[in-house]
Ligand binder design. Sequence first.
Ligand code: DQA
Length: 146
Amino acid sequence: MKVLIINGPNLNLLGKREPDKYGNESLEQINAQLQRHAKKNSIELETFQSNHEGEIVDKIQTAKDRGIDAIIINPAAYTHTSVAIRDALLSVNIPSIEVHLSNIYKREEFRHHSMISDIAAGQITGFGSKGYFLALDAVKDLKTKS
Ligand code: DQA
């Protein structure tokens, strides 16, 4: 099974950025642990981070060509705004899981709405980097949408 984890804008600054909300680990550290976890579970893992909406759209559009079976995505700020990322996820027949490090429902009201929660298989929010591991564990049971 092949899984793609996408992280959106400013998540390249994990560890330095508002550590009270997002933790002390860098994205590189989290990704290294995720690679080990994936390997143990016979998952081939591709990780991608971008600060640019269009690059995230491109990555989703081409996921099928790379044989990706499931997408785990933390769209970061684009969660609350991006019709383009929503449409890209809808355009590929690949199930997705939405992850947020912080609990978006305990924060400012503008973060309470996600553009993708109704099209994702599920959402994991508020468990820090553990959310990506929970998503990787959940991904194996996802069925391809028809
Ligand atoms: C976030 C929550 C978003 O509201 C915020 O813009 C982020 C990170 C999270 O992982 O908690 O950048 O997606």
